[in-house]
Write a protein that binds this ligand. Structure first.
Ligand code: ATP
Ligand code: MG
Length: 541
């Protein structure tokens, strides 16, 4: 054996000895940046996002009008962070607490739902919810204990319970299990709800306020109180709901046969214990498959109807299923925001906006998954001028009613707004392609499963069907903008003409008065008749 061969064999042996299995807590502890915990500024926003996502889900399942309190308190304790580019960095420790009036958590599930990664009620469901993965809150707690060494405190109460349960916990990363440090029953002045508190090194910026404001546009039926104590100064941002109407609850759907992967179909069939044959298996587990359709598919796949499910040939079944036109799934399973609610929320947020409009498209599907697109716009006024980014088109992106704060340029919702030539719809653009008149767009996607680009849920992936629906929605919105801009320009030109003539008429009236020796002609009266369209112009009265 050559020296090289011996060396390579030795390296292979060492590498094999190093091989270990990792559990999800160990994986995410090392990869928290993938979930948005990359630095103190992002970590603060991500913590609030994960907590408020859960709060809104917990109210939505119970058809409860959400009341959410967010506390962000900067403590005087300083933490030294790992150096970056040779520079030592410090951040203050923050106390973050989010309290909701959701359905609450049964006491024996509090520790597991918070302190075990990939554990939750939304994991295997196909239902429009903000959470999908069972990672969010445990990632917050992982980040908190990793950086501050402090445990999380959870208080939760369900309807009818006399006392709430308070749990103080950490996560045992090597076992992916919660470590309960304290657990007791306490009095809590609330019928039902949950409060989660953590300590993390953080840095406050006004992105937090923006996030909550955007969240209120996606959830106009919710009220939010953001209580801050930053640099010793207390302040509060209170946003009341703009509608009392609770959106219809989202419904769970079964998967669509044409969109499932062969491996998943094969495994589902192998573990099925309830169905006697393939016909009942297919019609029980998939949307829009009647026993007749199942028979049609099995016949074309040359499989006997009476075979037990574990005898399925997943690749053959899918080849047929993808080639025949299967019925669409039911589309009334989504919970959208609604045109009226978007308009009301935008008017509430941008109180002096000159024009506000919204468009809701009917629901549609991608890969057998129902989705619905809605868009909105607010134009003009000082509040939008303060809010909008002068360097690019400002788009509030919402996925399942939650704002997406990062990865703008990778996001289909942003890219599609930029694809539209807004000049064609009467918006004058500057050299950067940004509307000259301050403008904010809203794009909202609700879906039984949102195609995010990453586990951090920062951006929507490019899916053709969603893109096409967005284009149609934005074009319809564009037509509303064009109509408004046309009226606005007409009005402006009338006012200009009015001002122009007014100068002449005043001189003329003076002269006529002098010549005739009579009283001055009522110029304003004449002009008002001539320029009926001119309203609210101070000179007119
Ligand atoms: N405020 C809350 N009220 C009630 N239940 C909650 C609350 N927060 C978390 N839970 C429960 O804990 C589970 C785990 O939450 P977690 O945020 O980790 O995952 P998720 O919301 O299911 O998915 P995602 O990782 O996408 O956020 C949830 O599925 C839910 O059952
Ligand atoms: Mg969550």
């Amino acid at each position: 054996m050559s020296k090289k061969t011996t060396e390579l064999r030795e390296i292979a042996k060492i590498e094999s000895e190093r091989m270990r299995e990792a559990n999800p807590a160990q994986y995410f502890e090392r990869n928290l940046h993938q979930l948005g915990f990359s630095d103190p500024e992002h970590a603060l926003l991500q913590t609030i996002k994960e907590m408020t996502d859960n709060s809104l889900d917990a109210t939505e399942v119970g058809s409860i009008l959400p009341e959410i309190i967010i506390e962000v308190e900067e403590t005087s304790e300083e933490i030294t962070l790992p150096p970056q580019a040779g520079k030592v960095r410090k951040a203050n420790m923050y106390r973050i607490r989010v309290e909701d009036n959701g359905i609450g958590i049964i006491s024996n599930k509090i520790a597991l739902s918070m302190g075990k990664v990939l554990f939750g009620s939304k994991l295997f469901t196909m239902k429009q919810m903000r959470g999908q993965q069972g990672v969010g809150i445990s990632a917050v707690i992982l980040y908190s204990q990793l950086t501050s060494l402090r445990p999380a405190t959870i208080i939760s109460k369900i309807e009818g319970e006399e006392k709430a349960t308070r749990v103080v916990l950490k996560i045992d990363v090597d076992k992916n299990e919660p470590i309960v440090l304290e657990e007791q029953k306490i009095d809590w002045n609330k019928e039902h709800g949950t409060s989660v508190e953590v300590f993390i090194p953080a840095r406050y910026t006004d992105k937090i306020d923006r996030y909550i404001l955007e969240l209120s546009i996606g959830n106009p039926h919710a009220s939010f109180i953001l209580r801050k104590k930053i640099e010793g100064k207390k302040s509060e941002l209170a946003i009341s709901r703009t509608t009392e109407k609770i959106p219809p609850p989202a419904k769970e759907i079964k998967p669509h046969l044409s969109s499932i992967d062969p491996g998943i179909l094969q495994r589902m069939a192998e573990v099925d214990k309830d169905c006697k044959n393939l016909v009942s298996f297919l019609s029980k587990h998939f949307t829009s498959i009647s026993p007749e359709t199942a028979k049609k598919i099995l016949k074309a796949a040359r499989l006997s109807y009476s075979l037990p499910p574990n005898q399925i040939k997943a690749d053959k079944v899918l080849e047929v299923a993808r080639n025949i036109k299967l019925r669409r799934p039911k589309l009334e399973v989504l919970s959208n925001i609604g045109e009226e609610a978007i308009v009301a929320a935008l008017k509430n947020r941008f109180k002096d906006a000159e024009f506000v409009a919204a468009v809701s498209r009917p629901p549609w599907t991608y890969q057998g998954i129902p989705f619905q697109v809605e868009v909105g716009v607010a134009i003009g006024g000082q509040e939008i001028a303060n809010y909008a980014n002068p360097k690019r088109i400002t788009v509030i992106r919402l996925a399942n009613k939650v704002p997406l704060p990062y990865d703008l340029s990778d996001c289909l919702l942003y890219k599609t707004v930029n694809e539209i030539d807004w000049k064609n719809y009467g918006l004058e653009l500057n050299e950067k392609g940004v509307p000259v008149i301050p403008t904010v767009f809203v794009t909202s996607l609700v879906a039984s499963k949102v195609p995010y680009t990453s586990p951090g849920k920062f951006a929507v992936a490019s899916v053709e069907e969603i893109h096409d629906e967005l284009v149609l929605a934005l074009q319809e919105l564009g037509r509303k903008i064009r109509e408004y801009m046309y009226k606005k320009r007409k009005q402006e030109s009338v006012v200009k003409r009015y001002e122009f003539f007014k100068g002449y008429y005043e001189v003329l009236a003076e002269e006529v008065g002098l010549i005739t020796g009579g009283s001055k002609v009522n110029v304003n009266g004449i002009l008002r008749k001539l320029f009926k369209e001119v309203k609210n112009t101070e000179n007119v009265e």
